[in-house]
Design a protein around this ligand. Sequence first.
Ligand code: NAD
Length: 372
Amino acid sequence: MNVGAFTFESPSVRVIFGPGKVTSVAEQTDLLGAKKIFLIAARNATGATHVEQALGQLLVGRWYDVAQHVPVELVDRAWAAVEQCGADCIVTVGGGSATGLAKAVVRNYPVPLIAVPTTYAGSEMTSIYGLTDGDRKLTNRDPRAKPAVVVYDPELTTGLAPAVTGPSAFNALAHCVAALGSPAANPVTTALALEAVKWIRECLPNAIGEPSDLPARTGLQLGAFLAGTALATAGTGLNHRICHVLGGMLNLSHADTHSVVLPHIVALNAPALPEQMGRLAQALGHAAGDPAEQLWDLAVRCGVATDLRRLGARPEDLRAAAERIAVDPNPRAVTRADIEELLTRALSGERPHIVTRPTSQLPSSDSNLQKG
Ligand code: NAD
């Protein structure tokens, strides 16, 4: 194993973690000196009522209209409401859609953001924001979008249905796989990603089998936190680019597309990442073997979608989608035809597996040299 030179940016967010910790939100707004707080919450997010009551008179506005992929017109409306109230702090309670809306608002209206995430999206740990204009989803980074405080309270996630829990956990796993193969990977992001995979693999089946299993929910949220922290430095990869195009073009659920596409991405890129894939298989609980198959099997065991057709994609959508997906950077050089082939397999729900080829036959791309 070689350790190369690397840059690691220490995260500047305060993280409060533990069952019942939603009660610390009022104290955190106080520490920030906030006097006019605006709440953005998913309509069904457990914990929003508690935050409303705890903030009392300090709450100057509430917003429950959130949507996947964060449409720009929604951001404009929410921003206007926040501005009209003269808010000096935003608190979010909900999944990546609620967090993402608030992140997009504070880019334009820079006040501190406190995120109380109730899914496993990991967005709360990053300065990455996504916006959808028409059928195009764009992502970028902006330090103003990063929350100042994140409060993880696993008790708020016990009401998450298995149909949300499983795909959301796969969204976190996708952050881990992207971090392992990222050009910006370093020993810290690799350690975070592998530890996150262990927690998610261990806890996901229990949380699906018994949604109120608090230790399983706590482990899953720890995994999401670690995965989001890896994502913040290592960034996203081909898996995310595919899911963002499918989300923007076809309005497919973000987390569900991850669960379908992830095993296929692992199969595609594994030949260029032999060491990382060996460690991924171990983190997935296997001494060795094919992590693409292992992820696919975990998805099946947890009742998570393994085909794009089930999510609403049609064969005629694939060519146009493949046209829009940027092939670079990626650990292996790939062509549009490779992407279309991958999407075709993902559409039909084929169980993927790694096809090993001699290294001399593997195309590589200079922009994808592994640094960690
Ligand atoms: P989501 O926020 O839409 O939540 C999924 C579902 O769970 C919704 O129906 C929501 O109402 C429900 N829900 C949330 N909290 C709940 C609770 N406590 N109890 C019961 N139900 C609850 O989906 P998501 O997958 O969390 O987030 C997807 C969005 O996040 C996408 O737009 C994606 O692009 C973005 N995202 C961004 C980043 C980033 O770093 N910027 C990372 C990951 C995801």
